[in-house]
Ligand binder design. Structure first.
Ligand code: BES
Ligand code: ZN
Length: 879
């Protein structure tokens, strides 16, 4: 590797308590057009838990140091030393006030970390280590301090000047506006926030369960004010939900949300002042799809829930990131399940785990929920930390049951309020309250990789016994070859011909559904009094993030698809059946029997669609996605996978066009408004439409064209656009619709992003050329993360067929883009790189081309972020 990036590794094992603590942090920001001066006054005290070092070492990056004083003595160059990462001050007292002034350049900040400008407004993003780009500080989450912030700007420059907590004063003096904020709650620096801009504000109020009134504010550009009502309703629902479900009440008098255009992530939970990507807060029926509405509700909930799980109780170090993110994702997921369809939410979550997290877990970036080392922490905001972390909390909640889980979280929040703690502290609360031994369960935090359960069974008619044998195995991951046996909560039911059978184990009646604690390498469970040969319904509600193999017969799957009362299992049985059809096609085997069984069961579902949840049926109609299919192979052929999927879609469409059309037409009157049934009807109707467009007939194209023109909501308009653009035989109509869509929505950045995305994900033709053209479009802006996601990420991670074109041009394109983006925004560059890290999944021809693209990156000068991912991906060869 010839690149010159630094390679310092941070290790959990090297964790040391901080040498100093900061009792009070007072910050003054003077905002000028070309630069910002930050003066800080830090009250530092030696930490008795530290090792009593004589020097104070602070973090600081890209700072111009203007002045430095201790108490009231100015320091000279002999008293301290600076490096690109640190400021070290020699021989400091036990307790003192450090005064420091630094100059920073927000207008030049393209990395969107620290203080930067987005569409003219100032905003901050400090998690994980961005605060050190604002001033010298102990920028680590176990240093918690009270913050006061003073913002000074020209009197008429900004209508809105915000920071965390409560506004103490807002005055004008000598042509300057001076706004003073104080946050009474101790917090780590990563939760600091500042915003200054000309913003409109939507206000509302919430009365907490103890009767306190909280002012709620959502700040946006004036033109977007009408798009904040849904976010406000979601916020109030989230506040109520957290009181009812976790007994957690909001603690400040004011809760603010600010929407910004340029944001690397979705949103950020800064204390009392959440900053949101516009894509996660703005919503209006005319311009927002149902999926985006649900995303807004979920993200609002997520960031709000962090006020307890993350802010009041925070992480000791960044290895504990899942302590706040895994727990908060579990909380937002349950919130969404309570507000919408629980089954659909569970299916969506399981699908992400399976098609994204399992892939990460099988590749060069695999890491445990609590990693042991990292080069760049920004690279560890992963599906493993978030989604697998949430599944681990879910398993704990299920093992304890609702009442004990609630007692355990109460204990956790109360015991550790105001502290920075570890994942182990969390598990210990679960243990203490339940009296259960969770020592084996703790391996879920330290062991990477996906456990695979091999399941076999035997029915003994003479003794009416059914036995199930489960063997578990976790494949090696980089640096972890010796895998231990995990504690896996495995929920099951047994289906007879008509319904679920009663379960009797060791003479004990268990009802019709039970959770088996799988704790051994191999375990056999015997069910008694089983009167007929049963169909096992396995891993119900996706009770653990594991892979399972069980050799189902076709009629068994059909049976589960039609009558299982667990929505996840119905969907999973359908995925299984579809997978059987597809694998045989991919392997060039005869799949007539499987295909006939699949078509028959879909026909039955469509014919009786009125008798089931339309949203669930819509989920069930979508084929297993390509990354998931690829993960089933040692060396997958991406071209064969894409072809098999398209062929099956064609086949389903042509054999079931009557049923699909019928379904489409009968739902016509049910798709208006924002109610749950209307959203469900839209999702099913649009799934039917997408299938119908696989048929090369004018009448179906006209159906889509009509829907596009007449839709009264974005879900239907966009679904029709996608159907047309993605249909191989609708080119003229697609071009017309694209032009009309842009014409109509060119002033709505979020909708323009959808317009980019639908083109970048077209599964046929020379999409790379289209993508390259989009990069030069007037509406494209390579500095805006949402635009990069809409074009480049959409192409590389949502357009499997095209990205994996056998020429390898897709790979080279991505590498070149990343090299360019890395100069400005390393976090974005590193995230966009993910699809290339999956090279190990593919046949040699593809893997070689993917590695070549990674190697071309390795030749360059890279950020730490991209360097870590590139080097780990290439080193896989030696594993
Ligand atoms: N704390 C994160 C945001 C964050 C992540 C900031 C990484 C800096 C670096 C926030 O709570 C979060 O997790 N946001 C998610 C959305 C959420 C619904 C999972 C995001 O931004 O994608
Ligand atoms: Zn979060």
């Amino acid at each position: 590797m010839s690149s010159t990036a630094p390679t310092t590794v941070t290790r959990l094992a090297d964790y040391r308590a901080p040498e100093f603590l900061i009792e009070k942090t007072q910050l003054t920001f003077e905002l000028h057009e070309a630069y910002t001066d930050v003066s800080s006054q830090l009250t530092l005290v030696r930490n008795l838990q530290g090792s009593q070092a004589a020097h104070l070492q602070l973090h600081g990056e890209q700072l111009e140091l203007l002045t430095l004083a201790i108490d009231n003595r100015m320091l000279t160059s002999k008293d301290y030393r600076t490096t690109p990462q640190n400021l070290t001050i020699y021989n400091v007292p036990e307790r003192f006030v450090l005064h420091c002034t630094t100059r920073i350049y927000p207008e030049k900040n393209t990395a969107l970390e620290g203080l930067y400008r987005s569409s003219g407004m100032y905003c901050t993003q400090c998690e994980a280590e961005g605060f050190r780009k604002i001033t010298y500080y102990l920028d680590r989450p176990d240093v918690m301090s009270e913050f006061e912030t003073i913002i000074i700007a020209d009197e008429d420059a900004f209508s809105t000047m915000l920071s965390n907590g409560n506004c103490v004063s807002d005055t004008v003096k000598d042509g300057k506006r001076i706004v003073h904020w104080r946050d009474p709650f101790k917090k780590p620096s990563y939760l600091f926030a500042l915003v200054a801009g000309n913003l409109a504000c939507l206000e509302d109020h919430f009365t907490t369960q103890s009767g306190r009134q909280v002012l709620l504010q959502i700040y946006t550009a004036a033109k977007d004010q009408d798009k904040c009502h849904f976010a406000m309703q979601s916020l109030k629902k989230a506040m109520r939900w957290d009181e009812q479900t976790y007994g957690r009440e909001y603690d400040l008098d004011r809760f603010m949300i600010v929407a910004v255009d340029d944001f690397n992530m979705g949103a950020m939970e800064n204390k009392g002042l959440n900053v949101f990507n516009t894509s996660c807060v703005l919503a209006h029926p005319a311009s927002t799809t149902d999926a985006a509405f649900r995303r807004v509700e979920g993200v609002i909930g997520h960031e709000y829930f962090h006020n307890w799980s993350g802010n009041r109780v925070t992480c000791r170090d960044w290895f504990q990131l899942s302590l706040k993110e895994g727990l908060t994702v579990f909380r937002d997921s349950e919130f969404s399940a309570d507000m919408n369809s629980r089954a659909v939410k569970r299916i969506e979550d399981a699908n992400v785990i399976r098609s994204v997290q399992f892939v990460e877990d099988a590749g060069p970036m695999a890491h445990p929920v609590r990693p042991e080392s990292y080069m760049e922490i920004s690279n560890f905001y992963t599906v493993t930390i978030y989604e697998k972390g949430a599944e681990v909390v879910r398993m704990l909640a299920n093992i304890l049951g609702p009442a004990l889980y609630r007692q355990a979280t109460d204990l956790y929040f109360n015991r550790f309020d105001g502290q920075a703690v570890t994942c182990d502290d969390f598990v210990q609360c679960m243990e203490e309250v339940s009296g259960k031994d969770l020592s084996q369960f703790r391996l879920w935090y330290s062991q990477a990789g996906t456990p695979h359960l091999q399941i076999s069974d035997h029915y003994d008619a003479a003794h009416q016994q059914y036995s199930l044998t489960i063997r578990q195995h976790t494949p090696a991951t980089p640096g972890q070859t010796d895998k231990k046996v995990l504690h896996i909560p495995f929920k099951i039911a047994l289906y007879g011909n008509q319904a679920a059978l009663p379960l009797v184990i060791n003479g004990q009646n268990q009802g019709t559904e039970t959770v088996l604690d799988i704790c051994q390498n191999e375990q056999t469970i015997v069910f008694e009094q089983v009167t007929e040969s049963p169909i096992p319904s396995l891993l119900r509600s996706f009770s653990a993030p594991v892979k399972i193999s069980y050799d189902y017969q076709l009629p068994q799957l059909q049976q589960l698809i039609l009558l299982d009362n667990d929505g996840f299992c119905r969907w999973d049985a359908m995925q299984n059946l579809m997978r059987m059809v597809l694998s045989k096609a991919i392997d060039g085997e005869d799949n007539h029997a499987e295909q006939a069984a699949l078509i028959a069961v879909i026909k039955q579902l469509l014919t009786n669609h009125a008798s089931m949840d339309a949203a669930l049926l819509a989920c069930m109609l979508s084929l297993p996605n390509s990354p998931y299919l690829a993960s089933l192979y040692e060396k997958a052929d991406p071209v064969a996978i894409s072809q098999a999927r398209t062929q099956l879609q064609d086949q389903i469409a042509s054999e079931l066009q009557t049923e699909l059309l019928n379904c489409y037409q009968t739902l016509q009157d049910q798709v208006h408004g924002l109610t749950a049934p209307a959203m469900a009807a839209r999702s099913l109707r649009n799934a039917a439409l997408a299938y119908l467009l696989h048929i090369d007939e004018a009448r179906y194209r006209e159906l889509a064209q009509q829907q596009f023109a007449q839709a009264d909501n974005m879900t239907d308009q966009y679904a029709a656009l996608c159907a047309l653009v993605h249909a191989e035989h609708a080119t003229t109509m697609a071009q017309e619709a694209l032009a009309a869509f842009y014409q109509q929505w060119q002033h709505e950045a979020l909708v323009v992003n959808m317009w980019f995305q639908v083109q970048a994900t077209r599964p046929w033709g020379d999409v790379l050329q289209t993508v390259q053209k989009l990069l030069t479009h007037e509406a494209f802006d390579a500095r805006n993360p949402n635009k990069l996601r809409a074009v480049i990420a959409a192409f590389a991670s949502q357009n499997f067929a095209q990205f994996h074109d056998k020429s390898g041009q897709g790979y080279q394109f991505l590498a070149e883009q990343i090299a360019d983006i890395d100069q400005r925004n390393p976090q974005m560059a590193s995230r966009l790189l993910t699809p290339l890290t999956h090279w190990h999944q593919f046949t040699d021809a593809h893997a070689t081309l993917m590695r070549a693209a990674l190697e071309s990156l390795a030749q360059r000068e890279l950020s730490k972020d991209v360097y870590e991912v590139v080097s780990k991906s290439l080193n896989q060869a030696s594993h």
